[in-house]
Design a protein around this ligand. Structure first.
Ligand code: SF4
Length: 486
């Protein structure tokens, strides 16, 4: 049994995969160590969506290759999207790598490590489980974090021209609704209050077990219709103790009337949606093969906002996609202002091997991309700042996720997705509670507040801090998880 360390690059899906890797490694008796330099096995869970993440992987592998010269028994595993995409090529490029393993082969990792320990040659295992998709269930741990992710589908059938995900994650495969509900119920029984349903295009969901009744308002003749709204209703009905439900990342195409109706009728759903738009220019949306127009995106968001008063929106944008003119970019800026996004992940386009957009070239200069990114952030920061200021004096309901950086404070999120820091409650036990908070101050990206008198009176006194639970998952991300571009 080996001491191992696991480093995660990229999106929330990778963070979730890393949690499953921890579980299979621990299940096989391997022990995680905090200090990567003390590890006998180093697993790098990689991302290939952006050039930056791939470069970080290669520099990490280079560092491990140097270490391996003095520690030849060190085992280096490359997992995730770069592993899936590059496969054998990674082994020939970097001789320090022992195992290349794709996202669908995580369960095989302990066996592959055994083979290497017995002197086996470097191995590549990157086979999609298309015929019988497998979803690893999260292990429920009492007292774990009050929020959790649950995968409901994997892969992607879209063909956005900038995106490598259909190659690295394969075609769409869905998890039976019964399995989804069982995992959520087990998590809730162990103390989880909020679940985020996870998938590359999460709202294209179709139940392979065909167990879901159609959602009210679902139009089977609509090519954008899916069974996602039906799944949301099923989760709400079957797990009544769940306090809050979110999902990521939806595709705008599948924000159908039945899904909007589910948002209107299910109090369980957070009043926030992250809906990637990528560009406000129809010309660019077409070149990106996004399969919606600006007007269609706006119409769907407006319908959702009308159905859910107070809903907040956030989005993803790519700047400097091939052919983007100043006018195209101005349309993106105007759209961000028009829809008043309260959060924005934005990236400079970088050509990715194996994507259709490669043939479009990369004709927007680095300086122009940087300038556009800065201007976009300036607009989005102003919108977020105004929103956070408007919250001062209001009383949002906040799910307390745990102590803040200062252990005398707590932090959590409102159902409209504002990050809230709680002062003056260090004598109370609040982790996992949903409490009413009076917002007293706005910061740049969050707000501060205090419990209402009623919430304070209802809270229990703080318990002594428990000893660290070694079974808890510790996913170390090499960088803040970013959105996978859906
Ligand atoms: S951007 Fe999202 S929807 Fe488009 S191909 Fe990539 S994963 Fe699929």
């Amino acid at each position: 049994m080996a001491r191992y360390s696991l480093l995660t690059f990229g999106c929330q899906m990778n963070v979730h995969d890393s949690e499953r890797m921890h579980e299979v490694l621990r299940g096989a008796g391997h022990v995680e160590v905090a200090d990567a330099d003390a590890a006998e096995v180093v697993v790098l869970n990689t991302c290939s969506v952006r050039e930056k993440a791939e470069q970080k992987l290669l520099s990490e592998v280079g560092r491990l290759a140097k270490r391996k010269r003095s520690e030849p028994a060190l085992v280096v595993v490359v997992a995730g999207c770069v592993a899936q995409q590059e496969g054998e090529r990674l082994l020939s490029r970097e001789r320090a790598i022992d195992i290349v393993i794709g996202p669908d082969n995580i369960a095989e990792l302990p066996r592959l490590l055994e083979d290497v320990a017995l002197g086996g040659p470097p191995t590549v295992r990157t086979v999609f489980d298309v015929d019988s998709p497998r979803f690893l269930t999260a292990t429920s741990v009492a007292g774990a974090a009050p929020t959790a992710f649950v995968t409901i589908m994997k892969g992607c059938d879209e063909r956005c021209s900038f995106c490598i995900v259909p190659t690295t994650r394969g075609p769409e495969r869905y998890r039976p609704s019964g399995e989804v509900v069982a995992e959520i119920a087990a998590l809730v029984a162990s103390g989880v209050r909020e679940v985020t349903l996870l998938g590359q295009t999460v709202n294209s969901y179709a139940d392979p077990s065909r167990a879901l009744p159609p959602a009210p308002g679902a139009d089977p003749s609509d090519p954008d219709e899916s069974e996602f709204a039906a799944l949301l209703r099923h989760v709400a009905a079957e797990v009544p103790a769940l306090a809050r439900l979110r999902y990521t990342s939806p595709h705008p195409r599948h924000l159908t009337p039945s899904l909007i109706r589910a948002h209107a009728e299910l109090a369980l759903l957070a009043r926030h949606l992250h809906l990637p738009v990528q560009s406000g220019s129809d010309r660019q949306l077409k070149r990106m093969i996004r399969r919606y127009t600006r007007a269609e995106y706006v119409d769907r968001v407006r319908a959702l906002e009308a159905a859910v008063p107070g809903l907040t929106m956030s989005t993803d944008v790519i700047v400097g996609f091939p052919g983007e003119t100043e006018e195209d970019f101005e349309e993106t800026l105007s759209m961000v202002r028009e829809l008043d996004f309260k959060g924005l992940f934005a990236f400079k386009y970088s050509p990715r091997p194996g994507t259709p957009a490669l043939k479009l070239g990369d004709d927007v200069s680095e300086d122009v991309k940087s300038d556009r990114l800065a201007r976009l952030f300036e607009v989005s920061e102003a919108l977020l700042g105004a929103h956070l200021e408007s919250l001062v004096g209001t009383t949002p309901r906040v799910l307390v996720e745990g102590p803040g950086r200062d252990p005398k404070t707590y932090s959590g999120r409102s159902d409209r997705n504002a990050i809230v820091h709680l002062d003056g409650a260090d004598d109370l036990e609040l982790t996992g509670s949903i409490v009413d908070v009076v917002v007293t101050r706005a910061y740049k990206h969050s707000v501060a507040g205090e419990l209402t008198p009623a919430a304070r009176a209802a809270a229990a006194p703080r318990r002594p801090a428990p000893k660290p639970d070694r079974r808890r998952l510790t996913v170390v991300a090499a960088e803040e998880p970013e959105a996978c571009p859906s």
